[in-house]
Design a protein. Structure first.
Length: 98
């Protein structure tokens, strides 16, 4: 019975997005984000790079942003580890007392 409940709730959660879109496409005045273009005039080097990727291929842009976010997160974790070690906290060894 527990497995049937879990299966039912999983199917329900998978169906929720389709049920939400059943009302129709919505307001026609809202621009479609898949066809939206960003102006690149007057942008700096990094902003121009990301805007060009966004305009040319949104899938590659999404992958690029995901990778950059992962690298930035790893750098933040590394810097936090260095700072905590500098103030005397040992963060790599966590002792569990069960």
């Amino acid at each position: 019975m527990k497995k049937i409940k879990a299966l039912f709730f999983n199917l329900l959660f998978l169906a929720l997005p389709a049920l939400a879109l059943a009302a129709g496409p919505g307001d026609k005045d809202v621009p479609d984000m898949a066809t939206r273009m960003v102006r690149v005039e007057g942008l700096g080097a990094i902003n121009y790079f990301f805007a060009t990727w966004y305009n040319s291929n949104k899938f590659v842009f999404a992958i690029l942003v995901t990778v950059v976010m992962g690298v930035v997160g790893a750098l933040i974790a590394l810097m936090t580890d260095v700072i905590l070690k500098a103030i005397g906290m040992e963060v790599s060894k966590i002792e569990h007392h069960e």
